[in-house]
Design a protein around this ligand. Sequence first.
Ligand SMILES: [Zn+2]
Length: 406
Amino acid sequence: MDKYYLTINNKLQEVSSKRLDYAKKIDKNNDHILDDNEITDFLIKNDDLKLSDLKLRMTKDGLEIINKHNIVNDFKEYLQDIDIKAPTFIRDYNQIINKMKELEQKYPDKVKLEYLGKTFEGRDIVVMRISKNINDEEGKKKSILITGLHHAREWATGESALNIAEKLLESNDNALNNYLNDLDIYILPVVNPDGYEYSLKQDRWWRKNRTKFEKGIGVDLNRNYFTPKDPTLYRQPNDKPDSTWDDYGASDSVYSDTYRGPYGNSEPEIKAITKLVNSKHIDTVIDIHSYSNAILYPWGHTTEPTQWDAIYKEVGQEMAKAVNNKYYVEQSVSMYPTTGSSEDYHHVEGRFNYTLEIGNSFYPKSKEELEMLKNEVLAMTKVFMKNLINNKIPTQKFITTYQNTH
Ligand SMILES: [Zn+2]
């Protein structure tokens, strides 16, 4: 069998046998050695990117790779299929659910778990409601939903969501304690339990859920959102189903890492979230992803500004300031276009929301790095909650003239 090589740290390393098909596609020089230019070229042109989350930026000339050093290195690791076992400081799905149950038992007056449905493989999709008095009627106070792990391999995002729950309940931080008086807080740390387990235990590059189709496995859950209020959020008018390249912001190929699913809202995980936000009248959302040190606001599918553009920028900048401006604030589409995403869905439904792209890697290398990310997310979320309480962030209750701007 053919062998292919790449240069890492000035040494030739063999491409994993699993990735030979990729290697063949990349090797323009036909010398069985993949150089950085070939890899970069491939990453720009390929529509089935394994690393497609947020590394591309739209320019006048088309797509351009940002953060090129990282993405080329990530892709080299992918080609080698380096077997990184999940570190013990990352809790798996059962450990996260057990922690949620433990908090419910310890704080029965403040915490209630709700089981929103089952995944393809039969795991529970669980959200945690936290409030000053859990028996108070829902929907009376302003509310926020915090989600993590839409994408299986973004390991720090579930931990960061769960950390907010732990800190709200267990820290002596007065500001946090006060937020409980004014807000109903919903935390769903693991949107994608099947994919997360698969990524931790089988293939750390796995991104989608694990729904089995005739020809392949998995839907990109952050491309599966749909609302009848604006079906073009899921699929642009000029995007023909079954064409695999001009799939603006998502793919119709089940083999693709950004497969949007057979139809909008097809996946149990997304059904669970859309039902939750509608039945509880949830006002706002923070959706945590990795990576890029970015605070992103809608739209994801068009460069048109939303009606809340100025507020998104202003609150976003204040959140960035809370982490010493390490994160930059940008409209989501300027990274690369997406359709069927959480941010566009929630925005068109009147929910002010951000997508946080935390850190500079899918895989935190140490407990210290994970703690840093958790602290960053907490600091940014506190700024968000403060602005939600002081009425700077608009909520559905205040929308009277909402217009679809596109
Ligand atoms: Zn993601």
